[in-house]
Design a protein around this ligand. Structure first.
Ligand code: DC
Length: 226
């Protein structure tokens, strides 16, 4: 039996892939690497610097120079890790509805994707890693040892995001979240470069109506039998 060292998990927003990835990585003693955080951190910086979102050159230039650091958590406030942008802790800021609303535009630019991919591959190729995103199995790590594509219905995903925001004490409107998520899905899956789609050799799972631990068990069984 060959050892599974690189695990790719792709899927749409709030399909449960980050929860699954973190639990799986903890179980295996692997690094959990949520690549969406990098696109979120960059989007936060774009908004902060008040760059024109439609200015592809300016956004891509920022992607090439920005310092994004992902470290073990410094606080026990529900975070999986610290996200630093040029040294500043932006762990919760990058989860704001404003970032949610703009991240798909930023992450569709080819220059942005190239810059992020270089960093992601460097970490991925070290092995013993669970990488989560939209294009890990198709573009970033097409040679991953095993690939999963985790899906769930739009309604269930929107409800999860809504409950997540309420838990954090933030205001939330389920209808608005559903609309924003539908739009984000559409941009993510129709963009020219690295669109969201399952790799041909990905195992497709659906988390509708399942508890996180039930999905984890399915995945562990598949990893162990691979
Ligand atoms: O998984 P998430 O919702 O945190 O991702 C935020 C955005 O980042 C998502 O709308 C698309 C983009 N993304 C991407 O294009 N490629 C990845 N590998 C990960 C995320």
């Amino acid at each position: 039996m060959s050892v599974i060292s690189t695990i790719a998990i792709d899927g749409p927003a709030a399909s449960g892939k980050s929860t699954l990835g973190k639990k799986l990585a903890d179980k295996l003693g692997y690094l959990f690497f949520d690549t969406g955080l990098m696109y979120r951190a960059l989007t936060w910086a774009v908004l902060c610097e008040q760059l024109e979102l439609s200015n592809e050159t300016a956004v891509s230039n920022l992607a090439a120079t920005i310092e994004i650091d992902i470290r073990t958590p410094s606080q026990a406030d529900g975070r999986n890790c610290d996200i630093l942008v040029n040294g500043e802790d932006v762990t919760w800021q990058i989860r704001s509805p404003e970032v949610d609303a703009n991240v798909s535009v930023v992450s569709a630019y080819p220059g942005v994707r190239t810059a992020m991919m270089v960093l992601q591959r460097r970490i991925g190729h070290r092995g013993r890693v669970v990488m989560v995103g939209r294009d890990i199995g198709t573009v970033v790590m097409p040679d991953a040892d095993i690939k999963f594509y985790l899906d769930a219905s739009l309604d269930e995903r929107a409800r999860r995001r809504y409950e997540e925001l309420l838990l954090r004490g933030q205001e939330a409107d389920l209808h608005e979240i559903t609309q924003a998520m539908r739009l984000r899905d559409q941009i993510d899956s129709t963009r020219q470069v690295a669109p969201l789609r399952p790799a041909e050799d990905a195992i497709i799972l659906n988390s509708d109506g399942l508890e996180a631990d039930q999905v984890l068990q399915q995945v562990l069984d598949l990893v162990n039998s691979a």
